[in-house]
Every structure is written in structure tokens, then in C-alpha cells.
Design a protein around this ligand. Structure first.
Ligand code: HEM
Length: 158
């Protein structure tokens, strides 16, 4: 496909662009902890947005786990993220950008009827890139639990 240069208005987020691979750890009071491998692809589009996609697998068994897709936006310099998950969960986020650190808080979490039982009401995502290493953490309020960590991961640009 033709190479696309990032739109100038998305410039402050271009540090995210790349293919990233690494590992993460998942925890939550209601589930067994688990380790996972992950590939993230973030790429420019002709509009002032970045397309985001990720997929994961269980680190021990290779079993496919979570995947998600969405878009990073930067209207008027305010970072936003929209994400859809195959589990029937959608997230809208807004946040702050400090250098190469992005802190996003959900403004809306939507659940399809079949996903309603997850009772996800709040999600916070922090993403930071230092050199060629991307670290993120994700906290959620779900299944009646207070907002707390579900995921921590470290990925390297490939
Ligand atoms: C790297 C991404 C993710 C991975 C690898 C992952 C993996 C898992 C695993 C293995 C479980 C336990 C077994 C299961 O219920 O399937 C789980 C539970 C869960 N995850 Fe995630 N997850 C990810 C991201 C997310 C996100 C983004 C959300 C919501 C915003 C989410 C919400 C939940 C919920 C609600 C549960 C069920 C908790 C319960 O029923 O007690 N997960 N996740």
C-alpha cells in the first residue's frame, strides 16, 4: 500500500507510530493473573488521526486472547482515543499529553447487550514511549470492582 505521511495536525502523537511487540501481565481481583504476548500496530492515515490495532496471546499456551482496534485523535491539541473490542465493549477517551506520555480517561464506556455482564464503567489508559520502548498500563472499574489495574505491558519497536 502507498506510504502515508502523518497529517501535520497529529504531529505531537507521531512518537506512537510503529509496530511494537512485547509482553504484559494481567491481574484483577476476580480472575487468575496471566502473562501475555502482544503486537501493536499504530499507523498514520491521510486524516489527522492514527489507526491503532493490537492482538494478544497467552504467553504460555499461545492461545489468542484479547484484541482491539481504534483511532488516536488530537483535536485542538487534546488527545482522544476511540476503541472497539470484539467482546462488545467500546471506549471513548480524552486526556492529556505530556511529552511522550499520554494519560487517557474514559468519557464513555459502551457495552452491547451480551457484554453488559462485564459491567465496565470506567477505564484509564497510560501510554509512555521512551526511546524504542512503549510501556502502558490499563485500569478499569468492572464487575462491581473499584477502578484498579488490569494490565501492565512493555513493548519494543520492531
Ligand atoms: C491486552 C489486553 C487484554 C488482555 C490480554 C485481557 C485478558 C483477559 C483475561 C485472560 C481475562 C480472564 C479470563 C476471561 O474472562 O477471559 C480477562 C478478564 C476481563 N477483562 Fe481483560 N484483557 C485485556 C483487555 C481488557 C480491556 C481493554 C477490558 C475493558 C476495558 C477488559 C475487561 C475485562 C473484564 C471485564 C474481564 C472479566 C472480569 C471478571 O469477569 O471477573 N480486558 N481479560
Amino acid at each position: 500500500m502507498t506510504r502515508i505521511d502523518p497529517h501535520p495536525d497529529i504531529g505531537p502523537l507521531t512518537f506512537l507510530i510503529g509496530t511494537w511487540r512485547g509482553r504484559g501481565r494481567g491481574v484483577y481481583p476476580t480472575i487468575d493473573s496471566f502473562a501475555y504476548t502482544e503486537e501493536v500496530v499504530i499507523e498514520p492515515l491521510p486524516k489527522p488521526v492514527l489507526r491503532y490495532g493490537q492482538r494478544t496471546a497467552h504467553a504460555d499456551t499461545g492461545e489468542p486472547l484479547h484484541a482491539e482496534a481504534g483511532f488516536f485523535r488530537l483535536p485542538d491539541g487534546v488527545p482522544e482515543l476511540v476503541i472497539a473490542q470484539p467482546t462488545g465493549i467500546v471506549e471513548c477517551h480524552a486526556g492529556v499529553l505530556e511529552g511522550q506520555r499520554l494519560v487517557l480517561q474514559s468519557t464513555v464506556v459502551g457495552l452491547t447487550p451480551s457484554a453488559a455482564g462485564h459491567r465496565v464503567t470506567d477505564v484509564e489508559r497510560t501510554i509512555e514511549v521512551v526511546d524504542d520502548v512503549l510501556r502502558y498500563s490499563l485500569a478499569m472499574a468492572a464487575v462491581g470492582q473499584d477502578l484498579q489495574v488490569h494490565l501492565v505491558a512493555e513493548l519494543t519497536r520492531v
